[in-house]
Design a protein around this ligand. Structure first.
Ligand code: SF4
Ligand code: SF4
Length: 485
């Protein structure tokens, strides 16, 4: 297995001379002590659930809908781009899960038939579908119910099954984070390969027993062995390995974003991307789901829905959305990836199957997918940035103690005009990132004809980029805020 380390770090730096976030004052301490973030987000979740069920049932005036669908999603994508999967670090569900496991010991291994990402990817599609069908963004009670349901599902799964079964094989948000964190600028890895070579305990994976000076520490529940781990796939940034390593040999180190998408090395607990069809499926849903989710917010979708309803002779929204989702997440990707793979494989040695070519190159579209998610969620987050303030003030006043002051309902966020260049910039970065990763994949897969192998995928990335630009130029619903107009 590969050793992705580059010798001992300088003081205060990461392997290779970059930045080790765990050594940054305050931030490093916060990341090491994930409980602080978990308790904070547990308190936030409790407030959202209470306000969602008992507060005003008008989405823009309720903390549950506003915080979840406008602020949480925007901050999550922003965090992925600036740091990494820190929302998994501070996931309050894992705090509840660890509390449960003080009393309940899971007895079963996760079923072999359900291993891999496919079930979780289907759940992710289900979440995107349910969001459109039941308008979760517009219902505080439904949003609060979702939060409660999410906790219940995680506790049920991890109460029955050992390890981090929910994170690894069920959680749709986690899979979204794993896919997006391929573009994150930081990664957990060993500081010094030589230290790991001399290590016999492998505590980062197996856990460390209690000593007179330190409590017992859990090893990596996701099955990632730090010295041979590659990239951010499956890494929840939980820092269990940091606490368990007796040599203090684990860093949260800076790196080139997206590098894991083209390297195709066999990483611990994950294997090779090219050998994992479920991870290719995750990449596909991540990219085409980004476009489908944005398409659901713009006015042309309503005309299309009416056309589908008329053609089917139905008034069932579920049936219409079913056709739309099948078109956008099955038919369209199969056709586009099929054509690109057909054109590309002619340049590839051994003429691999179309599925195999598509499974390798689809990872190159992930940077564009990140750009689309970031542009879309960034739009809602930035245009509704300050709307959380009056809603929090109003929620506080509803308790009888207006300790946050009178609601300042006039607060909004950046104007659409100001956000537009940011959206375009994010899409542009995503497109350029995809072109670079696709070129690297082409060079890897067809060393003698990289340009010919890459060109069809570059054309596809450009078509998707153009579609995303068109989508972002459409008037977009300001779901969940008073700015909806
Ligand atoms: S426990 Fe520490 S030193 Fe040992 S293999 Fe893991 S990271 Fe390396
Ligand atoms: S490698 Fe494992 S233990 Fe370490 S941060 Fe990632 S998920 Fe947690």
């Amino acid at each position: 297995m590969p050793r992705r380390t580059v010798g001992p770090p300088e003081r205060g730096s990461a392997p290779g001379g970059g930045l080790d976030l765990l050594r940054v004052p305050v931030l490093g301490a916060l990341l090491r002590r994930r409980r602080v973030g978990q308790f904070a987000l547990l308190a936030v979740a409790a407030v959202l659930v209470i306000h969602g069920f008992l507060g005003p049932q008008l989405a823009p005036k309720n903390l549950a809908t506003l915080a979840v669908w406008v602020h949480y999603r925007g901050l999550l994508v922003l965090a992925l781009l600036v740091v990494g999967n820190v929302f998994c670090t501070a996931c309050p569900i894992m705090l509840a899960r660890d509390g449960l496991r003080r009393f309940v010991t899971p007895r079963f291994a996760w079923p072999r038939a359900l291993r891999g990402k496919t079930p979780a990817v289907l759940l992710l599609v289900g979440v995107l579908f349910g969001y459109e069908l039941w308008d979760w963004w517009g219902s505080p009670a439904a949003t609060a119910g979702l939060i409660v349901g999410y906790f219940a599902a995680a506790l049920l799964v991890d109460g029955l099954f050992t390890g981090a079964s929910f994170c690894k094989s069920v959680c749709p948000i986690g899979q979204f984070n794993f896919a997006g964190s391929a573009l994150s600028p930081f990664e957990v890895r060993a500081k010094d390969a030589a230290v790991c070579d001399g290590c016999s305990g492998h505590e980062c994976l197996t856990g460390a027993p209690a000593t007179p000076s330190a409590p017992a520490a859990r090893g990596c529940e996701m099955g990632l062995f730090v010295p041979s781990k590659a990239g951010n796939m499956d890494c929840t940034f939980c820092m269990d390995c940091v606490r368990a390593c007796p040599e203090d040999n684990v860093a949260l180190a800076s790196r080139a974003p997206g590098v894991e998408l083209s390297e195709d090395v066999s990483g611990s607990g994950v294997g090779r991307l090219s050998g994992r069809r479920d991870l290719s499926l995750l990449a596909l849903v991540f990219v085409f789901g980004a476009l489908a989710n944005a398409f659901g917010m713009v006015s042309p979708v309503y005309a299309l829905q009416r056309t589908i309803a008329y053609a089917l002779g139905t008034t069932s929204e579920a049936a219409v959305l079913g056709v739309l989702f099948t078109s956008l997440l099955v038919v369209e990707p199969v056709l586009l990836l099929g054509v690109a793979a057909w054109a590309s494989r002619r340049a590839m040695p051994g003429r691999p199957s179309l599925t195999s070519v598509a499974a390798r190159f689809v990872h190159g579209l992930v940077p564009l997918g990140v750009g689309v998610w970031a542009a879309h969620y960034g739009f809602h987050f930035l245009t509704g940035l300050w709307t959380i303030v009056p809603v929090a003030q109003s929620a506080a006043a509803d308790t009888g103690f207006a300790f946050l002051g009178e609601p300042t309902w006039g607060l909004g966020g950046l104007t659409e005009r100001a956000v537009q260049p940011i959206e375009t910039g994010l899409l542009l970065l995503g497109w350029l990132g995809s072109l670079m990763v696709l070129h690297r994949i082409g060079t890897r897969e067809a060393p003698g004809a990289a340009r010919a192998a890459t060109l069809p995928w570059a054309v596809l990335a450009t078509l998707l980029f153009a579609a995303a630009l068109w989508l972002m130029a459409q008037p977009m619903e300001m779901r969940g805020t008073f700015l909806d107009g």
